[in-house]
Design a protein around this ligand. Structure first.
Ligand SMILES: NC(=O)c1ccc[n+]([C@@H]2O[C@H](COP(=O)([O-])OP(=O)(O)OC[C@H]3O[C@@H](n4cnc5c(N)ncnc54)[C@H](O)[C@@H]3O)[C@@H](O)[C@H]2O)c1
Length: 269
């Protein structure tokens, strides 16, 4: 039988596993099932310990991407662990952070510190990881980041992370262009609609938005984290070799259906 994805024997570096619900954890599962070797990078030692059981048998390094020095130290750590000739075929950036501790404010009151920290961790880290990992990449490696399905819908429960994800969507285009100057490395994103993960559970009012989004899908059933991971695995694989600088939307048709008759009827009751 033909191995459609062609991920067998590929080596993938995956950032962002926090627990079993994490998008990154599901990506690890799909890639391993497809025969890839996964190396994980988690935020800190505490996360390393709490994920030890679920990442059983995998190499796990730590890197707080808010610290430039930790991202810069990563290649040397990988070389120390795997040897001078270590190369990666794929890198997954499944990292986001927003400090909602002051509650969700109207967008124009967004605290500057919180906005810039969110951009740093959720977007600029993608640039820094790409730059630092450059010497350890095979020339046709694929990067995948996890974005949101639309940054044109000003969801009040998502707040300033909307513009931060818009920056991420644009960033991958610029990374794809600049890496094309010396390689065939590709950069893409999965644009996921609301999922049930711990990151989303921390967003004030998220559950109501999640339930609305579920109703708005064409199938009346929310997108699962496993479905997002499947698309990420495709974008990491040679099967998607002609896709570059794109965001693939995984929203079960939600963006076409905000005027669903049933939703509109309920609004008018
Ligand atoms: N959950 C959703 O509804 C949804 C929808 C669309 C996109 N996404 C995106 O999916 C990605 C993964 O999120 P998730 O839902 O799996 O939640 P998650 O909490 O499981 O993953 C977020 C990860 O970011 C890591 N992280 C945060 N700050 C970090 C730092 N300073 N250094 C290193 N790592 C750091 C966390 O440790 C965690 O592993 C995010 O980019 C998120 O925006 C999620």
């Amino acid at each position: 039988m033909r191995d459609f994805l062609g991920l067998a024997g590929k080596r993938i570096l995956i950032f962002g596993v926090a627990n079993r619900k994490s998008v990154a954890y599901h990506i690890v599962q799909v890639c391993r099932e497809a025969g890839a070797e996964c190396v994980c990078v988690v935020r800190d030692q505490a996360t390393r310990e709490s994920t030890a059981k679920i990442l059983n048998g995998l190499e796990v390094l730590t890197c707080d991407v808010e610290q430039e020095s930790e991202i810069a130290a990563l290649p040397a750590q990988l070389v120390a662990r795997f040897g001078q000739s270590i190369k990666f075929d794929g890198v997954v950036h499944s990292i986001a952070f927003a400090d909602y501790s002051e509650g969700m404010k109207p967008f124009h009151e967004t605290p500057k510190r919180a906005f810039l920290q969110a951009v740093d961790i959720s977007c600029f880290s993608f640039v820094e990881i790409a730059n630092q990992m450059r010497p350890l990449l095979n020339s046709d490696a694929a990067f995948v980041t996890i974005s949101i399905s639309t940054t044109r819908m000003a969801s009040e429960s998502y707040g300033y992370m909307g513009p931060v994800k818009a920056a991420l969507d644009s960033t991958l285009v610029f990374l794809a262009k600049s890496f094309s100057g010396f390689s065939k490395v590709r950069f893409n994103a999965v644009g996921a609609s609301p999922l049930k993960t711990s990151a989303s559970a921390g967003i004030p009012g998220y559950i109501d938005a999640y339930l609305y989004a579920e109703k708005a899908t064409l199938r009346g059933q929310a997108v699962t984290t496993a479905e997002v991971a499947n698309v990420a695995a495709f974008l990491l694989s040679p099967a998607s070799s002609a896709i570059n600088a794109q965001k693939l939307i995984v929203d079960a048709g939600m963006e076409t259906n905000y005027f669903d008759r049933e939703i509109v009827r309920k609004m008018n009751l």
